[in-house]
Ligand binder design. Structure first.
Ligand code: LMR
Length: 400
């Protein structure tokens, strides 16, 4: 009965790792998936995560019961504080419902399912380009996906005029997906002044912001600075949604830990919204897993662990920034044709190199360097040792 099933394509991002794993070359380099690596090219478990896990193991009172449908209450409370700020009036007024979900993707999907059932506008505008999974998440939830101009290939920066025009002509009430910081894949973020213009425009048209916050702490090294865009929209008293992921900033990739928050006008609305989120979650996966959320809660609740976390987070962000400088220097040393200043200007985990799919294919074939076909490279996958190899490959790709 399944013989008609055709083989589906590999995922454009995770499929890069599949291809990389098959390559026997000792010089192979995976700059595809956005996952942090050390200078030695190894995955990193933060020290603070190890400590929190040790505490959990030592606590014999811990049990393995089901969590509530909305997850670990303390995790939800602390996650809201992290993104909206400890002094957020919306938190004080109980206008936010926060539910634990399966990392960023799960949070986006739960939010999308809720919107498809309970929001009057079914159209969501996503930036062009955006993270490859966004379109699928929103389409499968039943939303109609349109895009707004975001990146300008000519300047390798923000197409701010195009963005304002497209959002300005979106139908009233449309949902707009915004990357809270460290835009994936471009590494291009609006300035605070630009965010303010976007906020004014969106509020004047009644557009509903849905923030994807997967990199809080990774863009600038500061958790507060990277949440400014979200906090701006919450400060004006209007509604918004926010999907948080702890994959990158705590390195909890495989624990699948994240949160969806919906900021409402009143506490009463927030509590009714939460009752409906439970009806979305229960038939999808019943309730979320306990371990990752317990790690996050242990770190966020304890001042010492929290401080240690911010130091380790800043070290990851700084290492990525240093990779940007090293790559830019290496290209300059090779007199590689073109303007590569965007490598330093772009922020967060990725550089959107501007390399085209043919150049990417060449680099993979000849240099065993793996990256997404849109030319995005994960700076977090580079090290001082591998920068020269990448610079050689880029140089060869653009001069051949
Ligand atoms: C990425 O963009 O590489 C990450 O967000 C990982 C993923 O799930 O795609």
């Amino acid at each position: 009965v399944f013989s008609h099933v055709v083989r589906g394509p590999e995922d454009p991002i995770l499929g890069v790792t599949v291809a990389y794993n098959k390559d026997p070359s000792p010089n192979k380099l995976n700059l595809g998936v956005g996952a942090y690596r050390t200078e030695e090219g190894k995955p990193l478990v933060l020290n603070v995560v190890r400590k929190a896990e040790q505490q959990l193991v030592n606590d014999r009172s811990r049990i393995k019961e089901y969590l509530p449908i909305v997850g670990l209450a303390e995790f939800n409370k602390l996650s809201a504080k992290l993104i909206f700020g400890a002094d957020s009036p919306a938190i004080r007024e109980n206008r936010i419902t926060t539910v634990q979900c399966l990392s960023g993707t799960g949070s986006l999907r739960v939010g999308a399912e809720f919107l498809a059932k309970h929001y009057h506008q079914r159209t969501i505008y996503i930036p062009l380009p955006t993270w490859g999974n966004h379109t699928k998440v929103f389409n499968l939830a039943g939303l109609s996906v349109k895009s707004y101009r975001y990146y300008d290939p000519a300047t390798r920066g923000l197409n701010f005029q195009g963005l304002l025009e497209d959002l300005g002509s979106a139908p009233s009430g449309a949902i707009v997906l915004l990357h809270a910081c460290a835009h994936n894949p471009t590494g291009v973020d609006p300035t605070l002044d630009q965010w303010e213009r976007i906020r004014q425009l969106m509020r004047s048209k009644g557009l509903l912001p849905f923030f994807d916050s997967a990199y809080q702490g990774f863009a600038s090294g500061s958790l507060d600075a990277d949440a400014q865009s979200v906090r701006m929209f919450v400060a004006d008293g209007g509604e918004c949604l926010a999907a948080q992921s702890y994959a990158k900033n705590m390195g909890l990739y495989g624990e699948r830990v994240g949160a969806l928050s919906i900021v409402c006008k009143t506490a009463d609305v927030a509590s009714r919204v939460e009752s409906q989120l439970k009806l979305v979650i229960r038939p999808m996966y019943s309730n979320p897993p306990i371990h990752g959320a317990s790690i996050v809660a242990a770190i966020l609740r304890d001042r010492n662990l929290y401080n240690e976390w911010t130091i380790e987070l800043k070290a990851m962000a700084d290492r990525i920034i240093s990779m940007r400088h090293q790559l830019s220097d290496a290209l300059r040393a090779r007199s590689t044709p073109g303007d590569w200043s965007h490598i330093i200007k772009q922020i967060g985990m990725f550089t959107f190199t501007g390399l085209n799919s043919k150049q990417v294919a060449f680099m993979t074939k000849e240099y065993h360097i793996y990256m997404t076909s849109d030319g995005r490279i994960s700076m977090a996958g580079l090290s001082s040792k591998t920068v020269p190899h990448l610079a050689d490959a880029i140089h060869a790709a653009v001069t051949r």
